[in-house]
Design a protein around this ligand. Sequence first.
Ligand code: F6R
Length: 610
Amino acid sequence: MCGIIGYTGPRKTAKILLEGLRRLEYRGYDSAGIAVGRENAEPRLEIIKSVGKIAELAKKMPEDIDGSWGIGHTRWATHGGVTEANAHPHTDMSGKIVVVHNGIIENHKTLRTMLGKKGVVFKSETDTEVIPHLIASYYEGDLLKAVLAALQHLEGTYGIACIHANEPGRIVGARNGSPLIVGVGNDEMFLASDITAMVAYTNRVIYLNDGEVVDITRDSYTITDRHSNMLDKQVDEITWELGAIEKSGFMHYMEKEIFEQPDSIARAMSGRIDEENATAKLGGLNLSRRQLADVHRVRIIAAGTSWHAGMTGSYLLEQAARIPAQAELASELRYRNPVVENDSLWFVVSQSGETADSLYAMREVQRKGATVLGICNVVGSTIARESDGGVYVHSGPEIAVASTKAFTSQLTAFYLFTLLMARMRDMSREEGQKFTRSLLAVPEMVRDALAQRDHIQAIAKKYCRAKDFLYLGRGILYPIALEGALKLKEISYIHAEGYSAGEMKHGPIALISPEVPSVFLVSDDYLHEKTISNIREIKARGGPIIAVGVEGDTEAMALADDFIAVPKADPRFYPFSMVVPLQLFAYFCALELGRDVDQPRNLAKSVTVE
Ligand code: F6R
């Protein structure tokens, strides 16, 4: 949610921190701050904070600010309102110990009372502020020792970076439940919650695990557990290029990411299709053929858009591989004391690989003996590392808060897995070849859908002032309706509901009026006639209809006020081509309404708190 960056080295620290925060801004953007240390005869720290976006912080930055080490933070408020006092960094009473923190300190009230009794006066309402005061109470000239002692008192989740004015060039970090990554450079070191903050400078990284503490200077790092036992950690090379996190000529990251989909989908399936045998190769599953054959049920844990991908996957698995499958909301599942059956295989789907709800739900079912496979985008993320195997979707960095390309890549992973499982069961080689051909054709289908850009923009202009929308689909297009509604509400702030079209008559049809447009997804499969009847029911009550349907569907075209055509294909694959117009529709509505497309209000890219 929040973002952390730390730097120690010869470059202009304030500039590096500010640039890092700009790249992290997508994670949280209600306030920000930095602390920069100067190594003079009298070492001192300068702290600058601001409410609002990083641009506001940049405006407050003195011309001459510089130093050789420092930390920065971009905040998504949890405890305490959006004020400058609550923005990070936070300090102890002397102002010499400075901390930035992601996560939530659950016992902060107890610690506040305890510290208050010792005379500590708090300047903010945050849970974070207890940390620098606690460190100060143990400080005897060695920051690492004081941090280690303070950690013994902290309950909850944290990713922390901490500096002391009297220890130039040194940054101490600790992780428990919130990501923290060390960037190893030449004569310089980075510490960040997200690789994007440092990818411009180094591609050598060390992922910290929960319970680990790092002590860095510009030319060294040591990693220990919380009891000071030294750990030998591997340095990983990341393959991202800077271009992957730039807008590359597009107005917004979201637009860029929508248009990247033909390539990102192709990447997700690259090397994973065995055309000869008409099946899929998913080496990362870490399961033998025997173990896969013994799977009688699939259960999928996820949140938000990833949950919609999981739900689409569940429809497909049932239909094409004849395996009962169910997608579960992570936030619900965890507290339901879930039943874990021996013959079930579990998936957790997460773009970021850090979503707290999904991570904790995964740990809960693992505790009960489940084998959980991850479908993640971010390499080295917590879910990717803690799952028992899985599939990286290789979408590349997704920066826009609204997920688009990760969704279609997650779908691709489910289509590959379904092909694999179906071919081990009832699907013949001929059917497998047909499925494989359709899968390989998806990037082209998506390209055709993207070519409707101008038409969709015109429709968005026509409808974007509506206050409410309904998104309706049946069968495998029902989760796509949910996804379309989510996209619209999160970036345009227009109220939108996704429903199964068949469910309308059980209540929601009461909402229909000439002011409430319905977006219908119309397949040309066995549900076509049913969906057409649902359109007629809405039309009869005066509701405007936007239909996303198949080229040549004269019936849907005649009924709809506006029609967006996708190329004819195997109906099981319409989720790919039909979600794209919905993404574009949401994007253009938000654009027309002047919304902040990439960083919509109240949201954060990776939701690392419950
Ligand atoms: C919607 C969106 C969110 C995420 C959800 C899960 O556009 O981005 O609904 O899908 O927070 O995030 P991940 O996939 O990172 O677990």
